[in-house]
Structures are given as structure tokens and as C-alpha cells.
Write a protein that binds this ligand. Structure first.
Ligand code: NAP
Length: 424
């Protein structure tokens, strides 16, 4: 029976869904041996480092990943970096197929003056910081100010704003990194402005996230009824289903009786950022009222841009406009790409399932004679490799550490601590 060896680079949702699709394509006459390579000592990608910790239900998809990982023929090689510990050329030469599933980790830039001032950061730094990503353990967001401005009207902007505007004790029962809970408890931020360059009818939020906002118990959520009413008029009699659902959810927020908590999330639409100003650090953001020549500014000490992501380039793989150059997931001979690295940063976690399955069907069509077997560890330059069983030890230790505190887990943050929990 032919057995093909496939390397999947990146242990996030797209990588696991690609592995699952390959497992589903196996027959009595065809099987896959799948090696998943991940640069961090921990798998799950965005599910560990991206999803907001106050939304634990979204993380239950990790059960699917663990089922894939414990299916015969699957191996995890964590703490192994493509480009450092192994090259793409070696992978392509040894494996029958290589699948890139490395996501998009870099925050897009606004390209306006003042963007690099201290106090102006990207969600691509803030989100992994509060989620305990090892690369952001030393990151220090500016929380010593009254007002923060979040730029962007997507779900990431919403996550970031919520994390800043929540009563931080609400995070005690989550898996938010301990360093972030401490910092947020000391934060002086009481007003978080979410600014959107277009109107409410064009916001990229999804309605379940909007509908969750009125459930916040310690945060005022403010939207202007006049702004939402005007958007409903502009959207016309037959808006698309998603637009209508968003506008309905926003109207509910705008029409709610005002609450009087310490902390406020304030939505500001039709505000195009023009400049970030300040003397040595962020002091205000200057906006143009979209569609007019009018400008106005909001005083703040922290600006977080949440305007999308780009893939980080990997030597030997063609990148353009923040994505791997590909046609329907095919990159070059025996090289494929799935997930955000393929299509850009769009869609929810589940979107990657059908996306990866379609690419794995093409991979199947392209297969030739299986290549000879080999030993993966002889190809790499590191011996501190996290296997599935090492990861299971880390996972169990984190969950056990969280249990007495009513948390789903306490994340180990540094690589050293993670490796030691894994027994390495
Ligand atoms: P997104 O949904 O594409 O939103 C990006 C936002 O940034 C848009 O409002 C966009 O406005 C704005 N923007 C882009 N360039 C800008 C600029 N130069 N100036 C001002 N605003 C600018 O991206 P995202 O929030 O990063 O989310 C990525 C994906 O992950 C989305 O599919 C999202 O739904 C998903 N996600 C889901 C969840 C969840 O399900 N809970 C949580 C987080 C993320 P324009 O529309 O005007 O371009």
C-alpha cells in the first residue's frame, strides 16, 4: 500500500485541518504519514495565541486538533523552525508534499505620520502578549493613560478593546497570561475608543461578537443612535443578511439605557486616521471625518492598530502582498499553502476546514511515486524537539496549575519553562 509522507509547517488551525483532510482521504490503498513542524514549543497557533481568553468556547476546537494529533501516522515536531532548524529545500526533497500553514503574524501598518511613536502598537503585538506567546513575554503596552484608541472595525479590534475595557477581575477565571492580568489590573485606561474609517454598515465585526457586548457586566458600551440610524438608511431596504444582522445588533446597543460603570467602550464611525501626534510618545490621534474635509482629534496615550495582518516571509518561498504566491493553494512542485498564508487574514477558524480540504484534494491529484523513507531527526539542527507526548505533558501541567484557581490553565510563557514542562 503506498504511504506518502507529508510535512505540514505550522501547527495552527489551518495546519490541523489540512492534516485532518489528509487523514480523511486515506483508503485501504493509500495512507499518509504526516509530520507537523512548529516553531513554538506549543501547538494550536491562533487558538492558543490569538483567540480572546474571555471567549473560551472558541478554543474548544482544540479537541479536534488533539484527535487529529493522536491518529496513527501523525507526528508533532515542535520547537523546530523552518529556515533555521530545517530548510524548505530539504523538506521538498525528502517529503512527497509540503504544506505551508504559517498564518499571518505581522500587523499591517497604517502608513501615517507618528505611527512609530512609543505608545502606538499593533494588535499583532498586544494580542500575543495577553495570550502568553513566548515572543511577547517582555512586551510592555502603555497602560498608564486614561484613553486608548483602537483603529479598525473588525473582530480583532473588538477583542483588543474588550480586553482593555473589561473589569480585569473578569479575567481571573480565564487563561489570560498572568503578566497581562497583573498589568491590566494596574491599568489606568477607563475609555477605549474603537474607530472605524467607514460607517457601521461597512464594519467588519460579526454579529455574535456585537451581540455579546451588552452582556459585559462592568463596562459601558456606547454607540451613537444617530450614527446607526443613518447607516440603516444608507444600507437601504434590502441590505445583505450579515449587514442587517450587524445593524440590528448595533441598534440594540445604541438604544440601550445608559449604564454608569467606570469603564467605557466607545464606537466612533466615519473616522479616518490621519496622524498620530505626541512629544516623544503618543498624545493624540488626528482623524478626518470620512467623506468631509473636517478633522478632529482624540487625546490618548495608547493606540492599537487592528487593521489586518500580513504573512512573515520565509526564505525559499515566494511571498507577495503579505501572502504566499499560490494558485488555489498550489505554490510550486510538491509545495502547497493553506489558511491565512494562502488567502490572507480572513474568515473564522472554521473557514480553514473547507479551505484546507480543497487544497489537500489538489495535493492528492498531484502525487507521484512515494519517496523513500527517512528519519526526520537526522535532518534538523536541534535536539530539543517537542513531540506530541511532550506537548501532552505541557498541556496537562498547565491545566493542573490552573485548576486550584478556577482557570482552564495557567500558561507557561517562556520557552525554557515550556521545554522543562515537556521534560526537555
Ligand atoms: P478584518 O475583519 O479584515 O477587519 C479589519 C478592519 O481594519 C476593517 O474594519 C478595515 O476597514 C480596517 N482597516 C483596514 N485598513 C485600514 C486603514 N488603513 N485605516 C483604518 N482602518 C483600516 O480583520 P481582523 O479584525 O484582523 O480579523 C481577521 C479575521 O479574523 C476576520 O475574518 C475576523 O472575523 C476573524 N476573527 C474572528 C473572531 C471571532 O470569531 N470571534 C475574533 C477575531 C478575529 P475597511 O473595511 O474600511 O477596510
Amino acid at each position: 500500500m503506498p504511504q506518502y509522507k507529508v510535512a505540514i509547517v505550522g501547527a495552527g488551525p489551518a495546519g490541523y485541518f489540512a492534516a485532518q483532510a489528509l487523514q480523511n482521504l486515506q483508503t485501504a490503498d493509500l495512507s499518509f504519514s504526516i509530520d507537523m513542524i512548529e516553531r513554538l514549543p506549543t501547538p494550536w497557533g491562533l487558538v492558543r495565541s490569538g483567540v480572546a481568553p474571555d471567549h473560551p468556547k472558541i478554543k474548544t476546537v482544540s479537541k479536534v486538533f488533539e484527535k487529529v494529533a493522536t491518529t496513527e501516522g501523525f507526528s508533532l515536531y515542535g520547537n523546530v523552525e523552518l529556515g533555521t532548524d530545517i530548510s524548505i529545500e530539504v523538506l521538498k526533497a525528502k517529503y512527497d508534499a509540503v504544506v505551508i500553514a504559517t498564518g499571518s503574524a505581522l500587523g499591517k501598518k497604517l502608513g501615517i505620520p507618528g505611527e512609530d511613536l512609543p505608545g502606538s502598537i499593533s494588535a499583532a503585538e498586544f494580542v500575543p502578549w495577553y495570550n502568553g506567546h513566548p515572543d511577547f513575554a517582555e512586551f510592555k503596552p502603555e497602560l498608564n493613560c486614561e484613553t486608548a484608541v483602537v483603529i479598525g472595525a473588525g473582530n480583532v479590534a473588538m477583542d483588543v478593546a474588550r480586553m482593555l475595557a473589561l473589569e480585569p477581575t473578569e479575567l481571573d477565571e480565564t487563561d489570560t497570561a498572568l503578566h497581562a492580568i497583573d498589568a491590566l489590573k494596574n491599568s489606568l485606561i477607563r475609555e477605549v475608543v474603537i474607530s472605524a474609517r467607514r460607517g457601521p454598515e461597512h464594519a467588519a465585526f460579526t454579529s455574535p461578537e456585537l451581540r455579546d457586548l451588552p452582556k459585559l457586566e462592568h463596562t459601558n458600551v456606547w454607540m451613537s443612535k444617530a450614527e446607526i440610524d443613518a447607516a440603516i438608511v444608507r444600507a437601504g431596504d434590502a441590505p445583505e443578511k450579515d449587514v442587517k444582522s450587524n445593524l440590528d445588533a448595533m441598534l440594540l446597543i445604541a438604544e440601550r439605557e445608559a449604564t454608569n460603570h467606570d469603564r467605557t467602550m466607545h464606537f466612533h464611525f466615519l473616522a479616518t486616521p490621519k496622524e498620530i501626534k505626541g512629544n516623544g510618545r503618543v498624545e493624540e490621534v488626528v482623524f478626518q471625518k470620512t467623506g468631509t474635509n473636517e478633522t478632529f482629534s482624540i487625546k490618548c496615550g495608547l493606540v492599537i492598530t487592528a487593521i489586518g495582518y500580513e504573512a512573515d516571509a520565509i526564505t525559499g518561498i515566494p511571498f507577495e502582498k503579505g501572502k504566499v504566491v499560490n494558485t488555489d493553494g498550489r505554490v510550486a512542485e510538491n509545495l502547497y499553502v493553506v489558511g491565512w498564508a494562502k488567502r490572507g487574514p480572513s474568515g473564522v477558524i472554521g473557514t480553514n476546514k473547507s479551505d484546507a480540504a480543497a487544497v489537500m484534494n489538489l495535493l492528492l491529484e498531484d502525487l507521484k511515486e512515494p519517496k523513500p523513507d527517512f528519519d526526520f531527526t537526522s535532518l534538523i539542527t536541534t535536539n530539543k524537539v517537542i513531540s506530541q507526548s511532550h506537548w501532552e505533558s505541557i498541556n496537562a501541567a498547565e491545566i493542573a496549575a490552573g485548576e486550584p484557581h478556577g482557570k482552564p490553565r495557567i500558561k507557561a510563557v517562556s520557552r525554557e519553562e515550556l521545554l522543562s514542562l515537556g521534560g526537555l
